[in-house]
Design a protein around this ligand. Structure first.
Ligand code: ATP
Length: 956
């Protein structure tokens, strides 16, 4: 079959068209009932004509599925899965997953792309790329500085004014001010998100991670989202919500990376004439990765941590060159924000510009680091276990809470009421939090700190309580931490500063910003600064309030709050050790028993228990605290927390991806069936591929093409080329969007006959690479109407053809049917492929695999069916070697001849079955499968189900 060579006169060509059309229909029908010789599960997803995809949610907070039975708080369901268990999705969630479109990592390798790239000037050292990295770093650093300053300003005003009221004995007025101030900012932060930009809500981390993995999430890189995120995050954190700016900084960094590198804006309708060569998917993703890393660097003042965080958690594609470039970007981001933060406080200049002040750029600087001891690894490991347990509990409760909230919001029919609830919720969080901050410390008595001479001679050394601990000068400077307690007096005796006053332990944790609380918790040589009561109360409050606040409709991250939670239980353990073994100071053998050091290790363990990132967390902790001495105990706690957490839940950020139904492909496949890991090396590409495949011809008849686009929602179509012997072989791949762009450009639609373009005139293809990349102008909702004009019987284009030669992806990957499924997975995930075509020995298209076909839940379903029906696996299941990890040869114990015999046998069976369609299921089972699996793609009518099962599935 071919549409490429056409008779010359009109009548002939019309006949040819008619016969071609019939031929194409026959081929399509045949292909539906054709079997390619290997027995496997038939995918009906690909053969449903007219299927339409649902639309991905624009406001995630309102997206809730109704077929979820595991949503209630105590239901033991999908939120309790260890990492090695594949996440299960409900049918509606699968529908949502398929509504997200994927994107290729590499640009389409077409002639127009080659022509475009030929025009780009690329210097040997790629100066422009380094300049762009520097620019992104500077912009993100500046943004971090502005965010810090504004947050400081809003926060300082709140606490200082409340403190004034408390000092005057007006506790009720102080509480009212504190609550009203915080609630006003919280409502404002929510309003920006709810009324203006829903995509700015939350941290944005799952969306960015999903995008870098290859999923397009709408509107996340818009300039409006950036502004909304900045405003919402500043207001929410400034007013004291128990959330952090790091997640939003990551998202804002990503937007900066996308915006600056592409130099275009749909909102402001401009396109800069610089850096044109970066306008391709690969560079865009790389610059977004740089923005992410710069965001972490600027937020924590941790350039190496930022780089590692991006590499470990967010970015799916990495190379050594990219490491260097992103590293440079992180240096610029950190130095910009550190430099400005060192010179300004609440926008007022402090010191001279140019100096870096340690206390301003090392966020939680530790001054009196203690030497470690081998015994310290024991409590560190215990903290690791606690981190894993509490981190998992935090993750589960967070997911439960989010599911619960979404369901409740989705069940309210009035949109106005939903909005009101979404404003009220953060305000309520702040009302509770303000009440805790003002009233709870009063339940704890003021502790006197009698200053005893310290052993050091500098005035900055201080003491607290009735021990000889040195106490950092910050307690005196931060007046608000005294709450309603007597401040005392300071006086000098020689070179030593003395002070006598009282302080409130819980106020140190609640009646100030989280940063201040962290500094107090990490303080060294302050063994009994906090007692169990305030620590436990602080722990409970932070643990639950962070869970509550993080899911509200404001731009919020949880990284710093996680550090506070970890520091609290770390200090509790430290205090226990001190209680048992006593206070040991000043470089003695036991001086490692410092609760401040355990607070730091606790932070790292909780971070790891939630996020399961090892190098990134370790590095961030070191850069945040400047305490290299505890490196090894921190590493121990991080690793143990990860092991424990992995046995209980999925990592938090991945669980959020699952909750939001954003498709994500792990680097390594994880398929578990019947509680056993499945070795994908035992399966082939043809086991998972969808077939029959809807293909297009190199020279395609326009109405036929439009009809295919109307009938099928697939986003990629293998392009076939006809050989002289009449066989049509795989020649490349073209996406739906590219085909639509071509149909929109009438210059490429020519009346037949059409000769394929030859290499000499490919450079003058009418549509440029930029236009192909931008996609169709026609809006998605209008596309059906647009396509209809080509298929109408009186269409002007009845006899028109389109030549795809210049636009198809010539480097689209294909693999043979017997190609290992494991390697196909690796190929797709490592190269960021969207489609992988499966061909036979003669390069004829047999099937197609998309990224989503390789998602864990889909593979479990598909391969599970195969294992049920294939004797090959049944035999193995008796002996059980098939699915054991590490045993790549599932036929262990069988002689190789027997294995080959079985394979041949199986193939023969496949061929025999070919005429009756392969799968061995009864008709009823078939119908159930069709309804269950493919209703996600499109509402399947009863009649269609019958037809499908009649033609496709036979009783054994
Ligand atoms: P993407 O986000 O890239 O669109 P998807 O898996 O949702 O991913 P679709 O193109 O909608 O992609 O495909 C849905 C199903 O149809 C998948 O199982 C896929 O393997 C199959 N499929 C994709 N393209 C074709 C095609 N041209 N012919 C037949 N089946 C296809």
């Amino acid at each position: 079959m071919s549409f490429s060579t056409l008779p010359s006169n009109d009548q002939e060509s019309e006949n040819e068209f008619e016969s071609n059309r019939q031929e194409s229909e026959v081929v399509l029908r045949n292909s539906i009932s054709r079997e390619d010789g290997v027995r496997r599960r038939r995918s009906v997803r690909s053969s449903l004509p007219g299927q339409r995809k649902s639309v991905s949610p624009t406001d995630d907070s309102l997206f809730a599925v109704q077929d979820d039975e595991d949503f209630s708080v105590f239901a033991k369901g999908r939120d309790y899965e260890p990492v090695f268990v594949t996440h299960k999705y409900t049918e509606q969630e699968k529908e949502t997953l398929s509504s997200y479109e994927s994107c290729d990592y590499l640009p389409t390798h077409s002639h127009v792309y080659k022509h475009w790239i030929k025009r780009q000037m690329i210097s040997n050292i790629e100066t422009d790329r380094w300049i762009m990295m520097g620019l992104i770093g500077f912009a993100v650093g500046l943004l971090g500085f502005l965010l810090h300053q504004l947050i400081e300003r809003i926060s300082a005003l709140k606490w200082s004014t409340t403190k004034e009221f408390l000092d005057d004995g007006k506790v009720a007025v102080g509480w009212m001010f504190c609550s009203a101030y915080s609630m006003a900012f919280a409502v404002f932060a929510a309003a920006v998100v709810v009324l203006w930009r829903p995509s700015a809500g939350g941290s944005g981390l799952p969306e960015v991670t999903g995008f870098l993995n290859g999923t397009q999430v709408k509107k996340i890189f818009s300039i409006k989202t950036l502004v909304a995120k900045f405003v919402s995050c500043t207001a929410a954190i400034g007013c004291g919500m128990p959330i952090g700016p790091e997640g939003p900084m990551i998202h804002m960094g990503a937007i900066m990376g996308a915006g600056l590198s592409q130099g275009t804006s749909d909102v402001f309708k401009f396109k800069l004439p610089f850096f044109e060569r970066f306008r391709n998917p690969e560079d865009r993703r790389n610059f977004i990765s740089a923005g992410v890393a710069a965001g972490v660097s600027a937020a924590f003042g941790a350039p190496v941590g930022g780089l590692l965080f991006c590499m470990e958690e967010v970015s799916s594609f990495w190379s050594n060159t990219l490491s260097w470039q992103i590293f440079f970007c992180c240096i610029i981001a950190t130095s910009t924000s550190d430099l400005f933060n060192s010179s300004f406080q609440e926008f007022r200049q402090i010191g001279t510009f140019g100096g870096f002040q340690t206390s301003r750029y090392i966020l939680f600087n530790v001054y009196d680091a203690v030497d470690i001891n081998i015994l310290m690894f024991i409590p560190s490991a215990i903290l690791g276990v606690l981190g894993g347990l509490l981190g998992s509990a935090f993750t589960i409760l967070n997911l439960k809470m989010t599911r619960f909230r979404k369901r409740r919001l989705a069940s309210i029919s009035s949109p106005g009421l939903v909005k009101v609830i979404r404003f009220v919720e953060p305000a309520l969080v702040m009302l509770v939090m303000s009440s805790f901050s003002v009233f709870l410390p009063m339940a704890f008595k003021c502790i006197p700190y009698t200053c005893l001479p310290s052993d050091a001679s500098t005035v900055s050394d201080f003491c607290v309580n009735d021990t000889t601990n040195k106490y950092d000068s910050q307690l005196r400077e931060e007046e608000e931490t005294f709450h309603t307690c007597e401040e005392g007096t300071h006086y000098m005796n020689g070179t030593t500063l003395f002070s006598n006053g009282t302080y409130n332990e819980l106020a140190l944790l609640l009646f100030s910003s989280k940063d201040e609380a962290m500094k107090n918790l990490y303080l060294r040589n302050s063994h009994r600064m906090f007692n169990y009561g305030p620590l436990f109360v602080g722990l409970i409050i932070y643990f639950f309030m962070v869970i509550w606040a993080a899911g509200t409709s404001v731009a919020a991250g949880i990284l710093v709050p996680m550090l506070v939670i970890g520091a609290l239980y770390g200090r509790i353990l430290g205090l226990m050790i001190v209680d048992i073994f006593g206070v040991h100071l000043d470089q003695s053998y036991w001086s490692w028993m410092d609760p401040g050091a355990f607070a730091l290790i606790g932070s790292a363990s909780f971070f790891s228990g939630v996020a399961r990132l090892a190098p990134a967390i370790t590095s961030i902790m070191m850069e945040l605290t400047n305490d290299l001495k505890v490196l090894l105990p921190v590493m121990t706690a991080v690793v143990v927390a990860k092991w424990v957490g992995d046995y209980l839940t999925h990592p938090f950020f991945h669980a959020l991806l699952e909750l939001k139904c954003i498709p994500f492909l792990n680097q390594q496949p994880n398929v578990r069936i019947n509680k056993k890991n499945v070795q994908l090396e035992l399966f082939t590409a043809s086991d998972i591929m969808a077939f029959p495949v809807v293909t297009v011809n190199l020279i395609e008849h326009v109405p036929t093409l439009a009809q295919k686009l109307l009938d099928y929602t697939h986003n990629g179509f293998p392009v076939l080329k006809e050989l002289p012997n009449g066989n049509c072989i795989f020649h490349g791949l073209i996406t739906r969007s590219e085909l639509l762009v071509m149909l929109e450009n009438k210059d490429v639609l020519k009346p037949g006959p059409v000769e394929p373009l030859d290499d000499s005139n490919l450079d003058i293809a009418p549509i440029g690479y930029d236009a192909m990349l931008r996609g169709p102008v026609e809006r998605e909702q209008m596309q059906e109407k647009f396509l209809q004009q080509f298929v109408d019987s009186n269409s002007h284009f009845r006899n028109h053809y389109v030549d795809l030669t210049a636009y198809l992806n010539m480097s689209a990957m294909s693999v043979p049917c017997k190609f290992s499924l494991h390697r196909a997975y690796t190929l797709i995930s490592a190269l960021g492929l969207r489609h992988l075509t499966v061909v036979d020995e003669s390069n004829q298209v047999k099937g197609i695999i998309t990224r989503k076909d390789l998602m864990g839940f889909h593979m479990v379903e598909t391969l599970g069916n195969i294992m049920e029906t294939r004797p090959y696996f049944k035999a193995d299941r008796n002996g059980d070697p098939a699915s054991s990890r590490g045993n790549t040869n599932h036929m262990a114990g069988k002689p190789i001849e027997r294995i080959e015999e079985e394979e041949e046998d199986e193939e023969r069976h496949g061929k025999e079955d070919a005429n009756h369609s392969s799968i061995r299921v009864g008709e009823n089972e078939c119908k159930r499968m069709v309804i269950k699996e493919f209703a996600t793609v499109r509402r399947t009518e009863g009649q269609e189900v019958n037809q499908l099962c009649e033609g496709q599935y036979q009783r054994p």
